[in-house]
Design a protein around this ligand. Sequence first.
Ligand code: ATP
Ligand code: MG
Length: 294
Amino acid sequence: MIKCSSIFILAVTVLNNLIPIVAKGLESVHSIGDVLTAEDVEDNRKKKKLKELHGDISFSDVEFCYPDSGHPVLEHLNLHIKQGETIAFVGPSGAGKSTILNMVIGFSKPSGGRILIDGNDITKLNLNSYRKYIAVVPQTSILFSGTIRDNITYGLDDISDEQLQQVLLASNLKEMIDALPDGLDTRIQEHGGNLSGGQRQRISIARAFVRNPKILILDEATSALDTISEKQIQEATHNLAHDRTTLIVAHRLSTIRDADRIAVVENGGIAEIGTYEELIEKKGAFYEMQRMQI
Ligand SMILES: Nc1ncnc2c1ncn2[C@@H]1O[C@H](COP(=O)(O)OP(=O)(O)OP(=O)(O)O)[C@@H](O)[C@H]1O
Ligand SMILES: [Mg+2]
């Protein structure tokens, strides 16, 4: 019997409302700010500070156990994600997809094996320096009451209007914002009450865009959207993923088809991996999953 020991990296933060991240990981991340302000108690000072990041991620025989659970969620996980690649994780609920993303952000630490970031063991990295190159688009984005501009730039003050206009275009927000009398200076109500779910998601994508991350982590929302909204988000996601390492927990067929590779997470590991065509051809787990959905 494998003994699962405590693996969560303890985190504290200056803001009280961010504390749940420690306990819940990615599920409680509502914005990239949450990731950047999550500070680790572990001594970062002796660790390597990254001055650049290419975005090559490698899992080597990784095992993950939650504290007090007798059985590992993931075992013998081996996966190499190349710089610039988009990989979609699919699989049953509870299989460990979010756990994989949490380990890449450094919220959770493997209980066995190693995760290498550009060849560096993640446990030897100064996580604050590493997370500057990561952006997270969470399942549900929390917007704060303030202008649309503030919600997008969120802590960055050196974003030019020209850059912002490019971001709006790539996030499929330009048309909507141009139609507003106050444009970017339109105020968003608490939690984005005056915006649709699709608009909120595109603002969250724009937030990630302005940070120009090397690694993009996306936990796709499961909520149903109308066809137009879905297409707008799909295009924005596609633009954002371009040229950076992207890990997506995917629910939509359009996202899955768009990915360079699909990894089926099941029974503690990656049951199948390949392009959409390869996996359909194989007529294995992924093929069955797709067939069931039709
Ligand atoms: N904080 C936790 N403590 C103990 N067990 C946990 C914790 N978080 C998740 N688990 C367990 O770990 C397993 C993997 O969870 P994970 O969230 O990675 O699944 P998932 O594939 O993302 O599922 P979903 O598709 O429902 O989001 C599940 O069986 C879950 O019950
Ligand atoms: Mg999940």
